[in-house]
Design a protein around this ligand. Structure first.
Ligand code: PGA
Length: 258
């Protein structure tokens, strides 16, 4: 983490867990456990249906609300979809895009991910852009090739000025929900590689200011070591964000990582 140049961000990803009525008790407990001083930007990404309850419960708190997905279209006949305009109108500040579960189970292509990111930045929502390699790609030595391809496709056509809205999350697919975390060295190697790539695409200033997160079985035990890496600016946390006690320990670990 390098607080001098960029924001530390800890984002929870609830996925398809929890219900609207569980939101308030969760937030009350989390707020009672959160560090008193602001250590990092705290974000909770939840299903669209839970966003109104989350926004209500987090009013006047330091917790920002995030979506888990968005439509690639502006508006129109797209049954079941949620637009960036709808998220922005509610007060949503972040939205995950390109998560490997969406790429895998919903056949989301790199082009679709790019279109979603364009929608988000057009509505001033910060996309949390997920990229990551499979175990086969890692074992074949193709990790950085895959990551570079995903980053370039995600940011295709992005104007320099809009990049400051973006957050990139490195999430090795083999580490998501498996309990198998990347080592701090592996996480740093890829996050640093992403920053080098961004430098070549957008220049040194943009690269220095970009927050790059690690995600994949991050928890209260391993967070401190991961967050101590110079190019790991925070975490995207699935399972360990479902319990306020666990999540708040990760927030506290950002203190040590600076
Ligand atoms: P996990 O999920 O922390 O449960 O591995 C991370 C993610 O999918 O964002």
């Amino acid at each position: 983490m390098n607080r001098k140049y960029r924001k530390a961000i800890i984002a929870g990803n609830w996925k398809m867990n929890m219900t609207a009525s569980e939101v308030r008790p969760y937030i009350e407990e989390l707020r009672s456990l959160m560090p008193r001083t602001k250590t990092c930007e705290t974000v909770l990404c939840v299903p669209s249906l839970l966003l109104p309850a989350l926004l209500k419960a987090t009013k006047e708190s330091r917790i920002a609300a995030g979506g888990e997905d968005v439509s690639s279209h502006e508006s129109g006949a797209y049954t079941g979809e949620v637009s960036a305009a709808m998220l922005s109108d509610l007060g949503v500040k972040y939205c995950i895009v390109g998560h490997s579960e969406r790429r895998q189970y919903h056949q989301e292509s790199d082009a679709l991910v790019n279109a979603k990111i364009r929608q988000l930045v057009a509505h001033s929502i910060n996309p949390i852009i997920c990229v990551g390699e499979t175990l086969e790609q890692r074992e074949a030595g193709l990790t950085m090739d895959r990551i570079a391809y995903e980053v370039k496709s995600a940011l295709y056509g992005m104007e320099d000025l809009r990049l400051r809205h973006c957050v990139i999350a490195y999430e090795p697919i083999w580490a998501i929900g498996t309990g198998r975390t990347a080592t701090a060295e592996q996480a740093e190697e890829v996050c640093c590689g992403i920053r080098t790539l961004i430098r070549s695409m957008f220049g040194a200033r943009q690269a220095r200011a970009l927050s790059i997160l690690y995600g994949g079985s991050m928890n209260a035990e391993n967070a401190e070591e991961l967050l101590a890496q110079p190019d790991v600016d925070g975490g995207l946390i699935g399972g360990a964000s479902l319990k306020p006690a666990e999540f708040s320990k990760i927030l506290k670990a950002t203190d040590q990582g600076q």
